[in-house]
Write a protein that binds this ligand. Structure first.
Ligand SMILES: *Cc1c(COP(=O)(O)O)cnc(C)c1O
Length: 382
C-alpha cells in the first residue's frame, strides 16, 4: 500500500493529519488523557447530560429490563417499547405528528434525502452544510446545487432556474462549525414559493435554542408547514446516542418504507432509547442549563472582544476562533494543550481552506471560572 503511505505523508506535511485521542474519563468539562487532566472545550455535550446521574440510572434500568442489544432491525423484531415511547415523546417535543428513530444522524440524513428525491430531482444545499447532508444528496442521484453560506438571493436564482420534478432545500439549523443559525424564515418562504420541501438538520439546535430547547425552528415560530422535514440527533445536547426524523404521517410512513438506512440496520439498543427518555425530560425541564450556557457564551464573547479577537456572529455554544492556516490552528491547539486546555483544531476539508479554526464549545457543566481560565490562557498565545 505504498500509494497510501505517500498520500498519508503528504497529509502530515500539510498539517491535515488527524488522530483520535484516547479519553480515560467520562465526557465532561474536564477529561483525562494519558493520566493528565484537561479543561475541555470541544465536546457537543452542550447541556452536560452525557454523564448525568439520572441518565446513567435510566440506562442501567433499561439494560436490566431489555438487555443490551436490540437484536434486529426495527422492521424485524428490533423495535421495542422504549423505542416506541421515545418516538412518541420526540414527536410531541418537536410539535409534529410522528418521529422515527435512526441509529445515527449520518444515517438519518443519507436515508431521508435518498428516500425523498432521486434522478430528475434537485437538492439545494448551503455550502457549509454537514457532510452527511451532502453525502445524502450525492447518494440520492438527484442533482446537487450548492449555494454560498446563507445566501438567500443565490438560492432564489437557483430555485427559479431549476424545473425539476422535486425540489428539496436542505440546511443545518445551527451550523456545526460556525455556530450561526440558518435564515430559516427566509428559507421557508422561498421553499414554499418555489414548491420545494425544506429539510432542517437541527443537530446543534435541539435542546439548546428555542422554547424548552425545541430548536432553531421553534425559535422563529416555524412549524411543520414551514419545514416539513426535521432531523435531530441524540448524541449531542441529549447526551446519549442515535437520531430521529420528525414530520407528518406521510413523511414518516415513506421513510419506513423507503429509507434504506432505517430498513437495513440494527435498531439502537433499547436501553439507549430508555436513557434518552430520561435525558429528554431533563432537556425540557431544566431551563437553567440553557440560561447558564447563554451566560457562559456572553462572558466568553465579552472577554474575547477585550483581547481584540474577532469572533463569528454566533449566539450558540459553538464559538469558533478562526485562525486561517491549518498549521497555525494546530500549533495553537498544541500550545493550549501544554497549558492544560483541550480544544481541537478543525481543519480542511471539514472547513474551507484558509479558515482552519479552534472550535470552542461550551457545556452547561462549565463554570464561569473555566471561561476566565480559557481567556487568560489564550491571551498570550494570540
Ligand atoms: C453530528 C452531526 C450529524 C451526525 O450525527 P451523528 O448522530 O453523530 O451521526 C448530522 N448533522 C449535523 C449537523 C451534525 O452536526
Amino acid at each position: 500500500m505504498k500509494a497510501l503511505s505517500a498520500e498519508l505523508a503528504q497529509r502530515r506535511e500539510a498539517s491535515l493529519y488527524r488522530t483520535p485521542r484516547v479519553l480515560e474519563s467520562a465526557q465532561g468539562p474536564t477529561v483525562r488523557i494519558s493520566g493528565k487532566t484537561y479543561l475541555s472545550f470541544c465536546s457537543n455535550d452542550y447541556l452536560g447530560l452525557a454523564n448525568h446521574p439520572k441518565v446513567i440510572e435510566a440506562l442501567k434500568e433499561g439494560t436490566s429490563r431489555y438487555g443490551v442489544g436490540s437484536g434486529a432491525a426495527h422492521l424485524v423484531t428490533g423495535h421495542s417499547t422504549p423505542h416506541h415511547a421515545l418516538e412518541e415523546e420526540l414527536a410531541e417535543f418537536t410539535g409534529r405528528q410522528r418521529a422515527l428513530l435512526f441509529s445515527t444522524g449520518y444515517m438519518a440524513n443519507i436515508g431521508t434525502i435518498s428516500a425523498l428525491v432521486g434522478r430528475g430531482d434537485t437538492v439545494f444545499e448551503d455550502r457549509v452544510n454537514h457532510a452527511s447532508l451532502l453525502d445524502g444528496a450525492l447518494l440520492s442521484q438527484a442533482r446537487l446545487q450548492r449555494f454560498p453560506h446563507k445566501d438567500i438571493d443565490a438560492l432564489e436564482r437557483h430555485l427559479a432556474t431549476h424545473h425539476d420534478k422535486r425540489k428539496l432545500v436542505v440546511t443545518d439549523g445551527v451550523f456545526s462549525m460556525d455556530g450561526d443559525i440558518a435564515p430559516l424564515p427566509d428559507l421557508a418562504t422561498l421553499s414554499r414559493h418555489y414548491g420545494a420541501w425544506l429539510m432542517v438538520d437541527d443537530a446543534h439546535g435541539l435542546g439548546v435554542v428555542g422554547n424548552h430547547g425545541a430548536g432553531s425552528l421553534s425559535r422563529h415560530g416555524l412549524n411543520s408547514d414551514d419545514a416539513p422535514i426535521l432531523v435531530g440527533t441524540l448524541g449531542k445536547a441529549f447526551g446519549t446516542f442515535g437520531a430521529f426524523v420528525a414530520g407528518d404521517e406521510a413523511l414518516i410512513e415513506t421513510l419506513i418504507q423507503k429509507a434504506r438506512t432505517y430498513i437495513y440496520t440494527t435498531a439502537i439498543p433499547p436501553a439507549i432509547a430508555h436513557a434518552t427518555r430520561a435525558s429528554l425530560r431533563l432537556v425540557k425541564e431544566e431551563h437553567w442549563r440553557r440560561r447558564h450556557l447563554e451566560k457562559l457564551v456572553k462572558r466568553f464573547r465579552d472577554g474575547a472582544r477585550q483581547l481584540g479577537t474577532t469572533l463569528l456572529e454566533s449566539a450558540t455554544p459553538i464559538q469558533p476562533l478562526i485562525i486561517g492556516e491549518a498549521a497555525d490552528a494546530l500549533s495553537l491547539s498544541e500550545s493550549l494543550k501544554e497549558k492544560g486546555i483541550l480544544i481541537t483544531a478543525i481543519r480542511p476539508p471539514t472547513v474551507a481552506k484558509g479558515s482552519a479554526r479552534l472550535r470552542i464549545t461550551f457545556s452547561a457543566n462549565h463554570k464561569s471560572g473555566d471561561i476566565d481560565r480559557l481567556l487568560e490562557t489564550l491571551q498570550p498565545l494570540l
